[in-house]
Design a protein around this ligand. Sequence first.
Ligand code: TA6
Length: 310
Amino acid sequence: MLEINETMNKEHFHKHTTLNGQLSFDEISPGFPVIKINNEYACATISLYGGQLLDYKPHEQLEQVIWLSDQALFEENKAIRGGVPICWPWFGDYEKFPAHGYARTTFWEIESTKQTIDGGTEVILKMSCHELCQNFLDSHPLFDCDLAITITVASKLTIELKTTNNSQHTVGISDALHSYFKISDIHTVDVIGLAQVNFFDKLKNQEACYEESKMRFMTETDRVFIDTTNEINLNDPGFNRTITISKKNSNSTVIWNPWQEKSSQMSDMSNQAWLQMLCIESANVLKNQLLLESGETHRLTTSIAVKTYI
Ligand code: TA6
């Protein structure tokens, strides 16, 4: 945990202005610094732990767009449940290392903050792979990649994860922006954009093709859609809105809801929380894993826009 006191706060944040009041610096829990954004479009919170957006709400929306667990734990080596955790440099389990990699359990640094031409707010955080757990670096001494995340809060939310391979070798990485969306009720929302796309069902351990135009949810769902760059619409009649998720340089889309039983086993989710969240993740995983040549940079981008029904 970072020991944040007055001096530490200054060290973290002193180079960064408040951008005429758009930015402020705070802690969400002792030792867990966050950047708070409030501009003409929206409010948002970004955690330096995990380089993770925690919430985003355009002013005209009554509800948050991004879901953050009210039981989220702020503890070292534990990912924050909710927001947009970064899965990197692998997705899911990998050997003896923690699921979804280390990016979500590392403290990132602020690279820059600025006001965009249209009055939005841009925050860039960076993380060097030398921050990764020593265990991993010992067994992968040639791994040398840097990461930067650019979060732009404006009329829409844009998140870009940039990986640069600094090593002399080609490296294989997976990445995912594991976005948790806040929904009114998992039983009434639907997802459009995955018809005729092949997926790997993590629960059945098998591949299939999704035939239907609308995806609805009646049970636990954990699917990795492959070879798809499609835009997704998350229709939510209960919140009177559609969230549109578009992406660049992403060939996989992951859809996840743990349902009642699995979420009851999670210490960082309250009993009914699974009803109000759905993960739709822009990713490059499984056979869409990336091979980055020496010196190559990859940018995974997702944009999230919300439209209220008239
Ligand atoms: O993205 C779906 C998934 O990989 C699921 O299999 C599920 O385990 C989820 O991520 C959450 O993982 P976490 O390690 O954050 O509990």
